[in-house]
Write a protein that binds this ligand. Structure first.
Ligand code: PCD
Length: 793
């Protein structure tokens, strides 16, 4: 990798995929401040919307007086839940089939919940008017601790649901309970550990917002919004608001990060639409930072009990887990219908075991709704954390080196495709070389020696390992849909007469560089240079239907669609080439960018010649239509399963208990690599996320349900100061079913890094007898762990 140099597209025309460090096409725009984000949209006569939010976690609304707010000059409208209820719009479906209040009517169910909105001529007036709205609340006892949610005397949060008498959300199980029990009963060693994955927030740099512009004459709605899934959102707006789908255009312009936060439909988007319909003007709504942190999709919040059974010599036999999932006040998770716990089922990790079982109970609490997949393919992060933590607990119990224990239990290359004990079919993998490479890059043996010397000296140095397998690229439509919408992706490719092309995607980039990488994929297949291929995305009027970007699904699903649509165009080009060269199709060879006559390479036509011919004068071969374009809808046959080996080295100051990440080695395997530079950036970003979750971040609440992480002063996110110089490496195990062998990578590092860091901290604290400590490992938590007094999370 060290020898990869930065190159331009022109250098790479012949080998667009995987070659060099191709610069990003979107960067000239983004680094010059010429990006166009939702808040950059300015329309003539545009009004501004601000939302009044509940100060209480749980309270009945007795009355709302909006008269003073409505009387404030420059205010155009004040709308309450009752007003929406009169139009049948007070409630909306969530992406997991629950309902959520757009504006509260009966009760507020979490602090920060939307209660009313003001539309005014400017943002300042709208905000000022909020203070003039008088809401009378009857405060109720809140349910904050998920462990208390099912207590018989707990107040019922969701009394809006017919016949609901408790806070139960759903139950779910996977694996074989009896077989697992048998394996555990017969095992030499069983280790059990309670493990909490605390509530965290994706906190993208850009908060959520929308500009709605309803044209009453045409009956058309144009909505710019911060969405990772413009097509799915449009369909849902059509269903909820009863607007005809072809008259709704959802545009997701440049996004300042998504990280799963921009998958759900938020009340603010719906309010902006209603406001534009009511006022007849375009209306903008933009959250501030606190609103984003307290009311939009959180992630994790799983209270887990992990158990692992093994032989004395370190053969892992079974894994069992029991999970209490806190879903907040409304189940706002976006997950395929059949997977209420997302892809948590991959908690058996990268190991070949005999039996596994998971049971889960999800509950409602008086906290913000969500459970979104923050840099995570639907709960993969929680699953990987669980298994990688519990494997380390086992290593400690057996007195075995954690690397050795993992190497001993890996699924072996000849076992792929491998069906796990919970029914997931891992497409391909070759784990040992990836692990060995990470150990080599780290200098693992020397690190252990150094640690020994330091320990003798009373110094706290820890080495943590995590090895993960992810399931990304949701998903085969026979198994996966969101609210009845199948998870396939459309793609459309048009080659213009002069040989330039435009590819239209259904997925939406949030910063990860699709304008570059999708041009590379198409270029690789039809030989048009990436610079000559325009990538269009994020506009439902101009792109084919598809389910959007999350769960690292763009490369596995839309990337496959892009490769296949390009092959379709190439097939047509071949027919035209055979006519142009007056030879049969079978006598043509494809050489990147040109068809040439077999045995006579001098006789050839380029894809550009063919494009002109396809649009030009004169007859085309029989049965060949004019033009050079194709369309496809790709339904993946399986997910892709990237893997990686991460090693973290930490030093802990025994006086202050501060954890310093000294080194971090990440070896990722995402199959065929399209753009190594972008992959490296994705990994760097994800590792930084991991430092945040492992050491700093938690959305905490006090017992009244006040959110204690409502600003970036309280909710600490990592900066360049907290992270080391990342050391990356890679192996390549292509996906057998993806047309170019690529697997997703966008979330790998966020998934794999927290267990590596926590394992390192626990390893550093081993001399104190510490076997586990819950994230975030702040100095006070490390202090508590050292003193053997774990603090409840
Ligand atoms: N790639 C390459 N190669 C391979 C793979 C991949 O090159 N093999 C690249 C591509 O192309 C892109 C990237 O890389 O560009 C990524 O990819 P993927 O893995 O496929 O993914 P996507 O789908 O595209 O994306 C998504 C992701 C996610 S999901 C997240 S979280 C995050 C990531 O992405 N986010 C973000 N990353 C990022 N970055 C940025 N900048 N921003 C953002 O926001 Mo979720 O579910 O939503 O939670």
């Amino acid at each position: 990798q060290g020898s990869e140099r930065l190159t331009t597209f022109e250098d790479n025309d012949q080998k667009p995929v995987g070659h060099g460090r191709m610069l990003r096409k979107e960067d000239p725009r983004l680094v010059r401040g010429r990006g166009r984000f939702t808040d950059d949209i300015q329309l003539p006569g545009m009004l501004h919307l601000a939302i009044l939010r509940s100060p209480f976690a749980h309270a009945r609304i007795v009355g709302i007086d909006t008269s003073a707010a409505a009387a404030l000059p420059r205010v155009r409208a004040v709308v309450t839940g009752a007003d929406l209820a009169a139009q049948g719009l007070a409630w909306m479906p969530t992406l997991s089939g629950d309902v959520q209040a757009v504006l509260a009517t009966d009760k507020v169910r979490f602090q920060g919940q939307e209660v009313a909105f003001v539309v005014a001529e400017d943002r300042y007036t709208a905000r000022d008017a909020l203070e003039l709205i008088d809401v009378e609340y009857d405060v109720l006892e809140p349910v904050i601790d998920a462990r208390r949610a099912l207590a018989p005397d707990a107040p019922v949060i969701r009394d809006d649901l017919d016949g609901k008498t408790n806070n139960h959300c759903f139950d779910w199980e996977t694996g074989d309970k009896d077989a697992t029990e048998a394996v555990f009963a017969a095992a030499d060693v069983v280790v059990r550990q309670d493990i909490v994955y605390p509530r965290v927030h994706p906190a993208p740099m850009e908060t959520c917002g929308a500009v709605a512009d309803f044209d009453a004459v045409e009956g058309r709605l144009k909505l710019w919004s911060t969405t990772q899934a413009p097509h799915a959102h449009r369909t849902l707006y059509a269903i909820v608001a009863g607007l005809p789908e072809h008259k709704i255009q959802v545009i997701s312009p440049d996004l300042g990060g998504g990280f799963g936060n921009k998958v759900p439909i938020y009340p603010g988007y719906v309010c902006a639409i209603v406001a534009s319909i009511v006022t007849g003007k375009p209306v903008k709504w933009m959250e501030d930072r606190s609103e984003n942190l307290i009311s939009t999709g959180f992630a994790r919040d799983y209270i887990m009990r992990g158990e692992i059974a093994a032989t004395r010599d370190g053969r892992i036999l079974g894994i069992r887990t029991d999970v209490l999932a806190d879903h907040g006040a409304f189940n706002g998770t976006a997950a395929p219908v059949k997977y209420p716990a997302g892809f948590f089922g991959v908690f058996t990790g990268s190991y070949d075991i005999e039996a596994a079982y998971c049971s889960m109970t999800a509950v409602y609490t008086n906290k913000a709704p969500g459970g979104v997949a923050y840099a995570c393919s639907f709960r993969i992060t929680e699953a990987v954390y669980l298994v990688e933590r519990i494997v380390d607990c086992l290593a400690a119990e057996l007195g075995m080196d954690p690397a050795e224990l993992r190497l001993k239990n890996f699924i072996r290359p000849e076992q792929f495709p491998y069906t796990t004990k919970t029914g997931w079919v891992y497409d391909s993998g070759d784990y040992e070389p990836t692990m060995r490479l990470a150990m080599d890059l780290a200098g693992y043996a020397e690190l252990r020696k150094e640690q020994e010397a330091k320990r003798a000296n009373g110094e706290l140095m820890g080495i943590g390992i995590a090895f993960f397998t992810e399931a990304v690229g949701a998903g085969p439509r026979k198994d996966m849909d969101i609210l009845g919408l199948g998870m396939a992706d459309g793609c459309e490719l048009r080659v213009h007469p002069t040989g330039k092309a435009v590819v239209r995607l259904s997925v939406q980039s949030q910063g990860q560089g699709h304008e570059t990488t999708f041009a590379q994929i198409v270029a690789e297949e039809i030989g048009i240079p990436p610079a000559d291929i325009d990538v269009v995305h994020g506009d439902t009027d101009n792109t084919p239907f598809g389910l959007g970007t999350y769960g690292s699904r763009s490369t596995p699903v839309s990337g496959a669609a892009a490769a296949l649509v390009a092959r379709k165009v190439r097939d047509k080009a071949r027919l035209i080439a055979s006519a142009m060269l007056e030879v049969s199709v079978a006598d043509l060879d494809w050489e990147k960018g040109r068809f040439q006559v077999k045995g006579d390479p001098g006789k050839s036509v380029t894809i550009q010649d063919i494009a002109m011919r396809a649009h030009g004068a004169g007859d085309l071969p029989d049965g060949v239509e004019g033009g050079l374009e194709a369309q496809i809808c790709y339904n993946p046959s399986n997910l892709t399963y990237p893997h990686g080996a991460y090693i973290c080295v930490v030093d802990i100051d025994p006086g202050t208990c501060e954890v310093k990440v000294r080194r971090f080695i990440a070896v990722d395997d995402c199959g065929t690599r399209i753009n190594p530079m972008i992959i490296e950036g994705q990994v760097h970003g994800g590792l930084t996320d991991g430092v945040g979750m492992a050491l700093m971040e938690m959305i905490a609440f006090d017992e009244d349900g006040n959110c204690l992480g409502a600003s970036l002063m309280d909710y600490l996110i990592p900066t360049a100061l907290e992270v080391p110089d990342w050391e990356t490496g890679f192996t390549v195990t292509p996906s057998p079913h993806h047309p170019i062998g690529a697997k997703g990578v966008g979330e790998s590092a966020t998934v794999g890094s927290p267990p590596a860091i926590v394992n390192a901290v626990v390893d550093a604290l081993a001399p104190y007898g510490v076997r586990h400590a819950d994230m975030p490992l702040t100095p006070s938590r490390v202090w508590d762990a050292m003193r053997g007094a774990p603090r409840p999370p």
